[in-house]
Design a protein around this ligand. Structure first.
Ligand code: MIG
Length: 719
């Protein structure tokens, strides 16, 4: 096999092995052929392409997106293979996403992206503490190596390589309420009433599979949701948008339009004989649309119109690993095993074999190896391109939206993903549990998925499986307060966890958190969109900004945008936690009735006290936090007044970004900026404001803290 290498730009080299499948992960081409070899990586080209690297003692390894374990992935073994696994225990090696990008950060930092749609294993010092081994299940791949001066630059190079992230509509930065179990229109209305009655802001209510007729995509159950279009409208008038789920499997049912059309046009994945492959998921037996076929992709995407025409403006794509409960063939085999066991005296081996036969029915590689895609003429077994399936389903939806309403931003996020999908949608991190450990897991995943382009991301706040306690939900909400996707979602049969589902005191605390979310939207949106425009991360670890050995290894604090550090509490009954401050910062605490308190937190270790009702944030040195007045949903945010809290030692500058929040104008330069400079002077501060096209903001109020802890207040009018 011959390696071909191409220079993509000054920092990125692409190495092609064999005949790689086009994945659409990257947007830059490697043109110029170079002789460069991957001198520092040992390459082994057997049946499996394998890359080895000897890690230095102090190297940390970041990346791999949605995954288990630490932010520093060293010590773990991971398999990139999109997997529907509802139990996120620390021993799991695969979750729903396949994000094959890592940065080895040390003396000679570099990034590697394995653009390969099949299974990849990353052994990052697991088999041997100092050995990094990346093995691909195949020989055809594009490998991108990025060398640049530091972690931050390498990630920026990578984000440029894979293209600009998706921007949801602004309302999708509001709080969203979901639950598998809002069974009919009256359930949904009750939830909306709950928010209105308790004066809790919210932007969206989710519809899980129960809105469908017999779990059929793009249908609505007429009994449970009569006059759906009118219902969508009614709920919208109350201030909420409805967000329905779409599943990957299409129910096999005579006269069901999607099924009939798909069969007739040959748009479903096929078995060995060329017949549509039969698997079973929610609706019972289904076919899988062949999203890797461009006609089928287009076709499925156009079907979203059936719901968009009824007023829907956002969707979530589920089960698109694709999850398989069982396949027809293997269920038959299992039943045979069971039958023959019926009259046996099963010993331990026999018993476990029987149980194993059934437990192994779902998501089995045998099934993934027995159906095929028609990649525009090329027949390819699913297993080899498994990690592209959810990506292409979501691409199909996003491109469908562009056809249906070309200049409208839709909310869209997916469960399965591959790098490149971030240009089309966000992700949620799947079926976590109402465990304290999963608040921390959520925290750790956020910077990793940001590194892979998925800026619009978040977890099921409060936990999907299991029962949330009031305290767990409060602490989790205090983290999700800062994630772009802020959705509370829970599984059927679990305890209710809407913000008003507990006691009055808890409702009050959650109301405060959510009101704060809405007042922080000016900052969150501005930082998100700037990150998108400049190929930056929205949430990152301290390692990106601070280079001391402690900061490089902090695993439980995050930088949110350019101004904030957050230190969420994720331990039950804790009254606070330890925090590492890489420099002096301003500690701003929001109290139980919206009041604020300030103190300077000095560089070093500190114990942060934080009662359940308090929300602490740290404002970095020479940075500022932008807030606005709160509201009951994003559309009703006034936006005419900004409140700025700054910590200024000598000079702080901020670029406040805004745009219409609904169209693609931002891609064509359609956005406004207010440039704010605060300079420390002998006496007090000097403030400079330059407005480039923002016609909403009329007034800015400042609270400026100096390093001695004194606070100066000022209000300026904008003309
Ligand atoms: O097999 O639609 O991750 O969010 O509530 C479960 C029902 C299918 C899995 C999703 C979850 C959703 C659930 N779905």
């Amino acid at each position: 096999m011959k390696i071909r290498s191409y220079k993509v730009n000054e920092y990125i080299t692409k190495y092609s092995f064999g005949e790689p499948i086009e994945t659409y992960a990257v947007v830059m081409e490697g043109k110029e052929t170079v002789k460069d070899s991957i001198d520092f990586l040992e390459v082994q080209e057997t049946e499996r392409l394998c890359f080895r690297y000897q890690m230095k003692h102090d190297d940390i390894v970041l990346g791999l997106g949605e995954n288990q374990r630490g932010i520093n992935k060293r010590g773990g073994l991971y398999h990139s293979y999109c997997t529907d696994d509802p139990l996120h225990t620390p021993d799991k090696r695969s979750l729903y996403g396949a994000h094959n990008f890592i940065v080895v950060d040390g003396e000679a930092p570099f990034g590697v992206f394995m653009d390969f749609p099949g299974r990849v294993s990353f052994d990052i010092g697991f088999s041997h503490k100092d050995k990094l081994e990346i093995a691909l299940e195949g020989q055809d791949a594009d490998v991108y190596i990025i060398k640049d001066k530091d972690l931050k630059s390498i990630v920026r190079d990578f984000l440029r390589l894979i293209g600009q992230s998706y921007a949801p509509p602004k309302w999708a930065f509001g709080y969203q309420q979901s639950r598998w179990g809002y069974f009919n229109a009256s359930d949904v209305e009750k939830v909306t009433e709950g928010f209105l009655k308790h004066d809790i802001p919210c932007d969206a209510i989710y519809l899980d599979i129960d809105y469908m007729e017999a779990f059929k995509d793009f249908t609505v159950n007429q009994e449970r949701f009569p006059n759906f279009g009118q219902f969508v409208d009614k709920i919208k008038k109350k201030g909420f948008r409805l967000v329905p789920i779409i599943d990957a499997g299409v129910k096999i049912e005579k006269d069901y339009e999607i099924y009939e059309e798909g069969v007739q046009k040959g748009y479903f994945c096929a078995d060995e004989k060329g017949e549509p492959f039969v698997a079973a998921v929610w609706p019972g037996k289904v076919h899988f649309p062949d999203f890797l076929n461009s006609d089928a992709q287009k076709w499925f995407g156009s079907k979203y119109r059936l719901l968009i025409d009824q007023g829907i403006e956002g969707f979530w794509n589920d089960m698109n690993e694709p999850a398989i409960f069982y396949s027809e063939k293997r269920l038959k085999e299992a039943v045979e095993v069971a039958k023959s066991a019926a009259d046996e005296n099963l010993d331990i081996n026999g018993y476990f074999k029987l149980i194993g036969t059934f437990n192994g029915l779902s998501n089995s590689s045998e099934d993934y190896n027995s159906f095929y895609h028609n990649m525009d003429g090329r027949k390819i077994v699913h297993h080899k391109v498994h990690n592209l399936y959810g990506f292409y389903m979501t691409k199909s939806a996003a491109e469908g939206f562009r056809e249906i309403e070309p200049d409208k931003r839709f909310l869209l996020f997916s469960r399965a993903s591959y790098i490149g999908m971030h240009r089309y949608s966000g992700i949620w991190t799947g079926d976590n549990s109402s465990w304290w450990e999963h608040i921390l897991l959520n925290l750790k995943m956020m910077p990793s998925v940001n590194m892979c382009g998925f800026l619009y991301s978040g977890a099921d706040t409060g936990g999907f499986g299991g029962n949330a306690s009031a305290q767990l939900l409060i602490r989790w909400m205090q983290l999700s307060l800062f994630t772009p996707l802020f959705r509370n979602h829970a599984a059927a049969g679990t305890r209710n966890q809407e913000p008003f589902a507990f006691d009055e005191e808890t409702t009050g605390i959650l109301r405060n958190i959510l009101k704060l979310r809405y007042s922080l939207i000016p900052y969150i949106y501005s930082e998100y969109m700037k990150a998108l425009h400049s190929y930056d991360m929205y949430i990152k670890t301290l390692a990106f900004e601070y280079h001391d050995e402690i900061s490089r290894r902090v695993e439980n604090q995050l930088l949110v945008g350019d101004s904030l550090m957050i230190c969420p509490i994720y331990e039950e009954n804790a009254a606070g936690r330890y925090v590492w401050l890489p420099e002096d910062m301003l500690l701003l605490k929001y109290g139980s009735s919206g009041e604020k308190s300030f103190s300077i937190a000095r560089k070093g270790h500190m114990y942060l006290e934080a009662g359940l009702e308090e929300i602490p944030v740290f404002i970095r040195k020479n940075r500022m936090l932008i807030a606005g007045r709160t509201a009951s949903n994003v559309d009703s945010l006034a936006g005419d007044e900004l409140f700025i809290t700054a910590y200024v030692e000598d000079k702080a500058s901020y670029r406040y970004y805004d745009d219409d929040g609904r169209s693609f104008e931002y891609k064509r330069g359609g956005y406004s900026e207010i440039l704010i400079d605060i300079m420390k002077e002998a006496e007090g501060f000097k403030i400079d404001i330059k407005n480039n096209g923002n016609d909403k903001v009329k007034k800015i109020s400042f609270e400026i803290a100096a390093s001695d802890g004194s606070i100066v207040k000022k209000t300026l009018k904008l003309d």
